[in-house]
Design a protein around this ligand. Structure first.
Ligand code: 5GP
Ligand code: ZN
Length: 113
């Protein structure tokens, strides 16, 4: 996707603070962190949101969730962390490339919405 900011980050056309990468998955620090640790985990393949996950492309979700505990370990999030994916306008999704926020490094609030 030519106009997608996360596709450009994955390609290296826009710099990012990378924390993890494999054949399928890329993870980097959020530019506007909302917790001491705030990482975005994205598929290298462009998928717009959770709403675009199908039987054909859902294997990437497993790849992402295999990466998340590895990232959490390397970030020393032994006390726990939160994983969030905003999907669509009501959830305030601002970047239309599937991503999962990892938030941690402090006691998080009970409210999620
Ligand atoms: P959303 O609101 O779509 O769930 O999350 C998008 C996230 O991407 C936001 O937390 C925002 O700070 C982050 N973000 C937007 N543009 C950039 C960027 O160019 N670099 C990085 N590292 N994060 C970005
Ligand atoms: Zn993209």
């Amino acid at each position: 996707m030519m106009d997608c900011i996360f596709c450009k980050i994955i390609k290296g056309d826009i710099p990012s603070s990378k924390v993890y990468e494999n054949e399928y998955v890329y993870a980097f620090r959020d530019i506007n962190p909302q917790a001491p640790v705030h990482i975005l985990v994205v598929p290298k393949e462009h998928i717009s949101s959770v709403d675009e996950i199908t039987a054909e492309n859902s294997a990437i979700v497993a790849k992402i969730f295999e990466a998340i505990p590895e990232i959490a370990k390397s970030e020393k999030l032994s006390g726990g962390y939160r994983v969030i994916s905003n999907c669509g306008a009501d959830a305030c999704q601002s970047v239309k490339h599937l991503h999962f926020h990892i938030l941690g490094g402090a006691q998080l609030g009970e409210q999620m919405g």
